[in-house]
Every structure is written in C-alpha cells, then in structure tokens.
Design a protein around this ligand. Structure first.
Ligand SMILES: [Cu+2]
Length: 108
C-alpha cells in the first residue's frame, strides 16, 4: 500500500515538468536581418521562440499573426511562449528594421 501511493505521487509530480519542456526555436536579429527567415514548427504543439539581438541597435520582434511584440536591446535575448498553432503561415518582422527584417513560421 505504501509503495503504491509513493508511485502515484511520483507520477503526478513529474507530469508538469514534461509539459513544460517546450522546443525552443532561436532567431537571431542582427542589423536589419532576422535569421532564420523561415522556421518550420509542428502544428498543434506549443513552443518557444528565443530572439537574440546580436546587432548594435534595438529591435522590436513583432508578429501580428502570433499576437507577439517584444523590444530586445542590443546584446539581449527575449523568450516568447507561443501557443499551439493551426497549420499555416505566420509572419514576423522586426518593426525597427521593417523593410529588410522579416520572416515567417510555417506550422504543419
Ligand atoms: Cu510594434
């Protein structure tokens, strides 16, 4: 009896940890560029975006499709949690360098 309750407690304890292990996709912003400009993610799964600004000026990572907006100072990183996406394309851009810095996420 005692052992069985311990096993149940252990199972419940570990579940949330697994749920939080999200895949991280890294985007590097640098002097008006975002790399990679194309990211493929599985549809229906939450994930994280990590935006690293390796340039010399601030960037604003923005995606209306993903409802995200984040200013990242030079040398800083930002982490964004993205909810599960339906299949499709989701554009993103750096609003401070909008003419050149754009990309998209493809969920499928
Ligand atoms: Cu903005």
């Amino acid at each position: 009896m005692k052992l069985r309750s311990l096993v149940v407690i252990a199972a419940v304890w570990t579940l949330p940890t697994f749920a939080q292990e999200l895949v991280v996709y890294k985007i590097v912003a640098k002097d008006g560029k975002l790399e990679p400009a194309l990211i493929e993610v599985p549809a229906g799964k939450r994930f994280k975006l990590e935006v690293a600004n390796e340039g010399t000026t601030a960037v604003e990572f923005e995606s209306k499709d993903l409802k995200q907006e984040k200013v990242v100072a030079p040398g800083a990183k930002a982490s964004l949690s993205i909810n599960a996406l339906k299949s499709g394309e989701y554009k993103f851009f750096d609003e401070f360098h909008e003419s050149t810095a754009k990309g998209k996420i493809i969920a499928k």
